[in-house]
Design a protein around this ligand. Structure first.
Ligand SMILES: Cc1cc2nc3c(=O)[nH]c(=O)nc-3n(C[C@H](O)[C@H](O)[C@H](O)COP(=O)(O)O)c2cc1C
Length: 268
């Protein structure tokens, strides 16, 4: 069976879950994995028996990068089968349902879905770095992955599920959501590089798929309109030079070492 795992990931949580799925599935299937990019258009997707989409939840919805990618696809003539999952820090809202509905418009049917509570890539910078759970995946991660993998293995015998159920308490979240989004827009507009810390290594330029950072002299330049505030650059900058608020200056980053250690704890 030919499976494609397509993910969007800022700091690395969704990438990590995608890689765990890859490791599990590649033993018995031909699996390709990539972050979303325009090269994966309709003709290419049709070459797979199954698609798996992974994305972080931002503001109780799939990320902009994932949404824009799906919107760019043409509607398939024949239904395509898929599984979807999201990683979230505290509250995923109707993120999976929104994604499943979007995929429906392209004739991509969702067979099953899962949500994984993960480190809060925004929370550890903006709120407190004192709470352990903010840096962890949920305890049920392995259990949920086992269930998800078992469903994927059996997908040919399964019919697409109904849409993920609407969470009745979502209207409460909708009351505060605009405030949260406005606050994050403000923070994003304050994104800058501390010139004393920047070594002009250009890693931010390389990792940003949306070209929100462009090479510059003596330091890279920020293009606000391109940024979706996924925080990949903030967490990956090796000298912690990318800052959007004084408050987060000295907060720990979810960097290479963090994911290396996290992988060891969740894989054991
Ligand atoms: C801009 C932004 C908005 C977020 N909004 C939510 C949210 O609404 N609910 C939630 O539970 N987590 C939210 N988070 C946390 C992420 O969903 C979570 O940390 C996710 O696992 C990040 O995945 P990644 O490392 O693959 O980017 C948000 C993070 C960012 C950066």
């Amino acid at each position: 069976m030919k499976i494609l795992i397509l993910y969007h990931s800022g700091a690395g949580n969704t990438k990590l879950v995608s890689e765990i799925l890859l490791n599990r599935l590649k033993q018995t299937h031909q699996v390709e994995i990539s972050h979303v990019k325009k090269e994966y258009e309709n003709t290419r997707l049709q070459q797979f028996d199954l698609l798996i989409f992974g994305f972080p939840t931002h503001h109780a919805a799939p990320t902009l990068t994932m949404t824009e990618y799906i919107n760019r696809l043409n509607k398939f003539d024949q239904p395509i089968k898929s599984f979807i999952f999201t990683t979230y820090g505290l509250y995923p809202g109707n993120s999976l349902r929104i994604m499943a509905k979007l995929l429906q418009t392209k004739n991509i049917k969702v067979i099953d879905y899962e949500e994984f509570k993960a480190p809060a890539t925004d929370g550890v910078l903006l709120f407190t770095d004192k709470l352990k759970f903010m840096f962890e995946f949920e305890k049920k991660l392995q259990e949920k992955i086992n269930r998800f993998v078992a469903q994927i293995e059996n997908f040919q015998n399964l019919t697409p599920k109904k849409l993920p159920p609407y969470k009745w308490y979502e209207p409460l979240n909708n009351l505060v959501k605009p405030l949260g989004m406005k606050y994050y827009e403000k923070l994003k507009s304050q994104m800058h590089i501390d010139p004393d810390l920047c070594t002009n290594c250009n890693l931010c330029v390389t990792v940003c798929d949306r070209s929100a950072w462009q090479s510059g002299n003596p330091i890279p330049e920020f293009v606000l309109d391109n940024c979706e505030f996924c925080l990949e650059c903030v967490h990956k900058c090796p000298t912690q030079a990318i800052i959007f608020s004084d408050f987060m200056k000295d907060k720990p980053r979810l960097n290479k070492r963090f994911y290396h250690n996290l992988k060891k704890t969740i894989m054991k």
